[in-house]
Design a binder for this molecule. Sequence first.
Ligand code: NDP
Length: 299
Amino acid sequence: MAASIIDGRAVAKEVRAEVAGEVEAFRKAHGYPPGLAVIIAGDDPASRVYVSSKKKMCENLGIHSEEYAMPASTGQEELIATIRNLNNDKRIHGVLVQLPLPNHLDEGEVLETIDPRKDVDGFHPVSVGNFVVGKEAFVPCTPLGIMRLIKKTGMEIKGKRAVVVGRSNIVGKPVAMLLLAQHATVTICHSRTVDLPGVCREADILVAAIGRPEMLDGSYIKPGAVVIDVGVNEVGRTEEGKRILVGDVKFDEAKEIASHITPVPGGVGPMTIAMLMRSTMDAAWRAVGKGGCGCSCKS
Ligand code: NDP
């Protein structure tokens, strides 16, 4: 039987509706809305698209948003000063710096300047450390979205074998830690893993975060597995110039073997900005002394 398709657009809509309700409740209780500041330096077209999507989503949900578009020539000190101002701004609960930064800027120092209480992207080393030791912390948004999608399948994560292919700080490592926090037995694979198909075939939950078009074919999938495909790979353009995207999993083969699978596009992708809104809301609740774990991992 073919797998159920996990509809990321629908789940993202649910998250947005949940956040919109909380934004309204917060505004009523405090007289001002949650606030998110996004800093972008330079003219990278993809980054500009992401920043404008984040702004639009904030507007739709009633979250106050501020965009700081700085030229590519911006100096380190100016960028740091902008972040420090936002750290001290009571109307702003989340601060994020759109990556990548122009080469002359020190990304590490920039990310470490963000107040961890406002670090809604979860890239500050303090956020990473707190998360790993199980303390309250922000967690990168794509892994949070992945967890929502897995939970949506109804599969109990506890005790399951989970395999994550990819060990980036943005996706692979944090999603592995979230699965571990939910009591899965987790294996992290990478480019030096021996017998990758064999390891993947042990997975009840398989997360592919590689960036290689359709690399995982049917031979990597355990019958009945939940397959989450994070990959976004452009493999061409339509006649109208629209990007043709595929994931890291050979969807047509995998869907005949898995129990649940995310499509590309329309799976993990739509979840990322929705979870950023969730984290901004969590930051606002925490700023007024309410709310528990900002990472939503236990919700
Ligand atoms: P990175 O390039 O940072 O990491 C890729 C990982 O894949 C690395 O750990 C690498 O291993 C591993 N890898 C590469 N080749 C192989 C191979 N042949 N066998 C096994 N492992 C391999 O990518 P990201 O984590 O940033 O992103 C992964 C994918 O997810 C990309 O397609 C990206 O576009 C997409 N993405 C989607 C998002 C969304 O919102 N939908 C958000 C973020 C990313 P090693 O460490 O050994 O080099």
